[in-house]
Design a protein around this ligand. Structure first.
Ligand code: CU
Length: 128
């Protein structure tokens, strides 16, 4: 038994490292590639803050933060905020998609962080 232990000592010492490393890779949020017409909610900001699309196209918001966010049309001071689009509370990894049929500029913000996540914009141009 002593010989076995000695012979496999390095393996036993390495096991926690291997298991720990695997868990770290599996447990950490996957690197997600940002799609076309996709806005990341990351580090308590919208990335990009301004996105330009064609009428009839959709924008998808993807929360890459641990904290929840929303995407809500308008400004927090507006009486009619959320009247154009209003996502539910998005947890980490959750997405919300809205299709913009009308040409125009659409300001939006996050209801959880109205002071720091605001004045983001979707610019909708006439379709080709
Ligand atoms: Cu937020």
């Amino acid at each position: 038994m002593k010989r076995f232990w000695r012979r496999n000592r390095n393996m036993w010492l390495l096991t926690p490292l291997v298991v720990g490393g695997t868990l770290a890779i599996v447990g950490c949020p996957m690197v997600v590639e940002q799609g076309v017409n996709e806005v990341f909610m990351r580090n308590n900001t919208f990335e990009p803050m301004i996105i330009t699309i064609k009428a009839g196209e959709s924008v998808t918001w993807n929360n890459r933060d641990i904290v929840p966010h929303t995407t809500t049309s308008g400004n927090p001071e507006d009486a009619d905020f959320g009247s154009i689009f209003k996502s539910p509370l998005l947890s980490q990894g959750e997405t919300f998609t809205y299709t913009f049929d009308e040409v125009g500029e659409f300001i939006y913000y996050c209801e959880v962080h109205p002071d720091i996540m605001r004045d983001a914009k979707v610019i909708v141009e006439a379709g080709g």
